[in-house]
Write a protein that binds this ligand. Structure first.
Ligand code: RTP
Ligand code: MG
Length: 137
């Protein structure tokens, strides 16, 4: 089943020069392709909409601040079971719980600075694609 998902390479990934490494892992998966890709600095209003589900949690404010602290690479990936697939490539939220071989497991230590975001369901993907790439056909 072909799907589309929103992936963000977070400011830590961009600062650390891991963009090529992470996109390379996504690109090499069979039957996946990149439908859109842009370097951009996110403003607070986009982040508040993107992370609406987390409002009120103790990590919310520092998360929004971190995500606005430098440019991210936003991309739309499309292909076979890509929503579940990119989440699997990323690994669990806490990089220390993520297995080596996953993006977070290979490169992360801090929970907040965990390198990538990926939509977690078809509903989230639809909402996030509209928020980040409203003009994508
Ligand atoms: P994401 O939304 O970024 O793809 O990550 P996720 O689904 O694995 O994690 P989620 O629960 O949606 O949390 C969103 C992001 O908030 C930061 N976070 N910090 N306890 C903490 O300090 C904490 N918990 C979550 C992480 O950057 C996480 O990816
Ligand atoms: Mg999430």
């Amino acid at each position: 089943m072909s799907q589309r998902t929103l992936v963000l390479l977070k400011p830590d990934a961009v600062r650390r020069g891991l963009v090529g490494e992470i996109i390379g892992r996504i690109e090499r998966k069979a039957d996946w392709s990149i439908a859109a890709l842009e370097l951009r600095t996110l403003d607070r209003s986009v982040l508040e909409q993107h992370y609406a589900e987390h409002v009120g949690r103790p990590f919310y404010e520092p998360l929004v601040e971190f995500m606005a602290s430098g440019p991210v690479v936003a991309l739309v990936v499309e292909g076979e079971r890509v929503i579940e697939g990119v989440r699997a490539l990323a690994g669990p939220t806490d990089p220390l719980a993520a297995a080596p071989g996953s993006i977070r497991g290979d490169f992360g230590t801090i929970v907040r600075e965990n390198l990538v975001h990926a939509s977690d369901s078809e509903e989230s993907a639809a909402r996030e694609l509209k928020l980040f790439f409203p003009d994508l056909a």
